[in-house]
Design a protein around this ligand. Structure first.
Ligand SMILES: Nc1ncnc2c1ncn2[C@@H]1O[C@H](COP(=O)(O)OP(=O)(O)O)[C@@H](O)[C@H]1O
Ligand SMILES: Nc1ccn([C@@H]2O[C@H](COP(=O)(O)OP(=O)(O)O)[C@@H](O)[C@H]2O)c(=O)n1
Length: 343
């Protein structure tokens, strides 16, 4: 049974966004209805147990939190051919859980270079969901401020800018991520420079800036998506049923980022990354931290395929587990979110 883009909705917001899904796109704008172009994915079946609940001993927290360790992940790799596996799961999943109506929300937080964007796109593709790249919003705000001569420390100026930021995300090729348009201009590459990375971290540390961008993130995700960022599991979507905290060692993350930046010295990349992580972790408002109920995924020794398989498996297991999916997620509209105010 093919899923219909059942929820066309007009978002009357100034901040225009287009979420993307591979093979299609989610186009969202002030003057346009939401229309979902779903992928061929949409699987939500059980793929085998990969994930044990383990104490977070490494952090000494004493809390009982799930951890997708390398050992557990061995069992998470897909079995059989991708096509067979997918078609079986799609059939089963669509009978039980029509993907569009689920309002399935998967959040992935973690530090720079952990693999959030890469993994989010592929998990989204699997479930037929759009992706919400929250970091791109902060990055575009930083770029816009720079171009307009607004200091990255000018909180009122940044809030005013955020309120009328002409930003749009558009689906790009299947191989790449979404294109980011600022004032009609493609800034996809421009927002990924080290300078704008630093700026995004600075502007995102300001409480009023975060507050001004909070509601739009919730509205955009209301009908389901894979969202990636820093504070999604803790502040933006504390009620999300599927939370992951994706990380990797500093050295691994820096090496990954260096590979993306032509000619960058590893030491410089590592220094910038550490500085940004430290600011993201220590800011007073919505710091980057693992939610108590987020599954920890350490990708230091895992390739992206393994991480994707683990997350897909964990979500699928939860959806088809004894408790079933979370109430209010499977039929009709998702329950109205009730989120705490931004602290
Ligand atoms: N598990 C992984 N193993 C190896 N490389 C990865 C992995 N996940 C992502 N990458 C690569 O690392 C780089 C950074 O990944 P990205 O998804 O942009 O991270 P983030 O969004 O967390 O900053 C990309 O070039 C990506 O291809
Ligand atoms: N939900 C989010 C997402 C990003 N950010 C900020 O935006 C910056 C850029 O985010 P990003 O996800 O694009 O960064 P990378 O992980 O891609 O390097 C981060 O360093 C954070 O300071 C945030 O504060 N909260």
């Amino acid at each position: 049974m093919a899923a219909e883009p059942a929820f066309a909705r007009r978002f009357d917001v100034r901040l225009e966004l287009l979420l993307h899904a591979f093979g299609g796109g989610v186009h969202l704008g002030a003057a346009q209805d939401l229309a979902l172009g779903r992928t061929n994915g949409g699987a939500a079946g059980r793929e085998g147990d990969c994930c044990e609940d383990e104490g977070d001993e490494a952090r000494g927290s004493g809390e009982h939190r799930p951890d997708l360790s390398r050992r557990n992940l061995a069992a998470a790799r897909p079995r059989g051919s991708g096509v067979d596996r997918r078609s079986t799961l799609v059939s089963a999943a669509r009978l039980v859980y029509p993907p569009v109506r689920m309002g399935l929300l998967i959040v992935i937080d973690g530090p720079a270079g952990a693999g959030k964007s890469t993994v989010a796109r592929r998990v989204a593709q699997h479930f037929g969901l759009p992706v919400l790249d929250t970091g791109a919003i902060y990055r575009t705000l930083a770029l816009a401020a720079r171009e307009r001569g607004i200091a990255w420390s000018d909180e009122p100026g940044l809030v005013a800018l955020a309120a009328s930021l002409p930003i749009r995300f558009e689906a790009a090729s299947e191989a790449g991520g979404p294109r980011v348009l600022y004032d009609g201009r493609d800034v996809t590459q421009a927002i990924r420079t080290p300078e704008i990375s630093e700026g995004s971290s600075q502007v995102s540390a300001l409480p009023a800036v975060r507050a001004s961008l909070l509601e739009i993130q919730r509205r955009l995700s209301r009908d389901g998506c894979v969202a990636e960022g820093r504070d999604l599991g803790t502040v933006v979507f504390p009620d999300a049923a599927h939370k992951f905290f994706l990380t990797a060692s500093d050295a691994v993350r820096a090496a990954r980022r260096q590979a993306e930046l032509e000619g960058a010295a590893l030491a410089d990349v590592l220094r910038d990354l550490n500085r940004r992580d430290e600011r993201d972790r220590s800011r007073a408002t919505a710091p980057m931290t693992r939610a108590a109920d987020a599954v920890l995924v350490d990708s230091s020794d895992l390739d992206a395929d393994a991480v994707v398989a683990a997350i897909v498996s964990a979500v699928s297991s939860r959806l088809s587990g004894p408790g079933g999916p979370p109430a209010g997620r499977l039929t009709g509209r998702p329950k109205a979110p009730s989120f705490p105010p931004l602290a």
